[in-house]
Ligand binder design. Structure first.
Ligand code: ADP
Ligand code: MG
Length: 231
């Protein structure tokens, strides 16, 4: 698709492999994968203005080609409730990033809507040397990291494949609703999986993709962080 091709060409021209969150989310959006709304602020005044436009609370995040794990760099601040907090967070994040990596280029700070907490799922893709583009699905947090409760399919996948992926993880009952956890919109997650499949099939140069986390709601889903790496 047009925007995706332009972004990938630009990343290549700059000799980069890792896309910025802004780039990855713009691609997601073009493929119908819902993401948080965002705007790139270049100074603290803009951070405050954009935060007001987006609506509180907001999240601010560092955008730097040299910083891929933003939290490690003190580059993520959540639940900012007013313009002053957003402005202060901008300065703090830039300061943290410089401390973390003095040579890091800083493109700005991303101001985004704060997605309400919910059940978190992870959609991933890797290019397997033998099987090619492969999709991964699991539930966020301990389910992936500790219990390795994940499932894989070779792309492309159908809607039915996506449904199977979701139902076959052990944590699936959580998505169906359990005690205090309301049922989530499985169909919205199916769409994210199928659209991610389309994306990685259209662009075989994508070596890795991580939508982590995707908030799964009773109605809809929203990608909070997106990472794409080219080969
Ligand atoms: P990292 O590069 O460290 O993975 P993330 O963008 O994933 O940075 O942010 C770290 C954490 O902050 C996320 O896992 C999520 O819990 C929270 N977070 C980030 N962005 C948002 C957002 N827009 N809404 C709600 N929570 C967010
Ligand atoms: Mg993340």
């Amino acid at each position: 698709m047009k925007k995706t091709s332009e972004i990938i060409a630009q990343v290549r021209r700059e000799g980069r492999e890792a896309l910025l969150e802004t780039e990855a989310k713009t691609i997601c959006r073009e493929y119908g994968i819902p993401v948080t709304t965002f705007k790139l602020a270049k100074n603290e005044k803009e951070a405050a203005t954009f935060a007001e436009q987006i609506g509180f609370p907001v999240v601010l995040k560092i955008v730097s080609p040299e910083i891929t794990h933003k939290s490690d760099a003190g580059g993520v601040m959540v639940n900012l409730k007013n313009a002053t907090e957003a402005q202060d967070a901008y300065c703090k994040i830039v300061e943290n990033a410089k401390k973390y990596k003095a040579a890091a280029r800083i493109n700005g700070v991303l101001v985004q809507e704060m997605a309400p907490q919910s059940t978190e799922v992870i959609v991933g893709a890797i290019k397997d040397p033998q099987f090619g583009q492969t999709l991964m699905f699991g539930l966020g947090g301990i389910f992936v990291e500790l219990l390795k409760d994940v499932t894989f399919r070779i792309a492309p996948i159908t809607q039915q494949d996506a449904e199977e992926m979701i139902t076959e993880v052990k944590a699936y009952p959580l998505l169906k609703g359990y005690r205090n956890t309301p049922p989530t919109d499985i169909n919205a997650i199916v769409k994210v999986l199928v659209n991610t499949s389309k994306l990685i099939m259209d662009y075989p140069e994508i070596k890795e993709l991580d939508l982590n986390p995707v908030m799964a709601y009773e109605k809809g889903a929203k990608t909070v962080d997106a990472r794409i790496i080219l080969e």
